[in-house]
Design a protein around this ligand. Structure first.
Ligand code: ATP
Ligand code: MG
Length: 125
């Protein structure tokens, strides 16, 4: 068992014309609360997006409980226990509450969307 629940090692992320993260390290112990502080454009959001599979780092590794992970999207990271609660929620106004809650993680019955179950679960929350 690793001493850390989440580790980011040597993470580098480049966007066209800018190195957003350069060789970043982050280690989180179980139960630990960390603050990430930096000036505008320092790379805070990029770091969180790399950890939650929104972006993939060009270099570096992510470990959860000592096991290396490769997150291709936020559902992947959520399955491993890493999720982000964004400060500003983007609500899709033309979609129903159920659709907003289940966007990108729809419950299916066979190949069809299972709206009765999704509506029921949406009401619960
Ligand atoms: N999708 C993107 N495409 C191109 N460049 C990006 C993208 N996202 C971030 N950047 C650039 O990467 C750098 C780091 O940005 P990031 O948003 O991670 O910083 P931040 O620390 O979250 O800043 P802020 O405090 O303003 O939220 C900046 O130079 C930014 O312009
Ligand atoms: Mg930011």
């Amino acid at each position: 068992m690793s001493e850390y629940v989440v580790e980011l090692k040597n993470a580098t992320k480049r966007f066209p014309g800018v190195v957003a993260l350069k060789n970043m390290q982050l280690s989180v112990k179980p139960g630990e609360i960390l603050g990430l502080i930096g000036e505008n454009g320092a790379g805070k959001s990029t770091l969180i997006k790399v950890l939650t599979g929104v972006h993939q780092a060009d270099e570096g590794q992510i470990f959860v409980d000592g096991v290396e992970q490769h997150f291709k999207d936020p559902n992947d990271s959520a399955a491993a226990g890493i999720a982000c609660v964004y400060q500003e929620l983007n609500i899709e106004k033309l979609l129903s509450i159920t659709d907003n809650i289940f966007i990108n993680k729809w419950i299916k019955k066979g190949t069809l969307l299972d709206y009765p179950t999704m509506h029921k679960k949406a009401k619960e929350v």
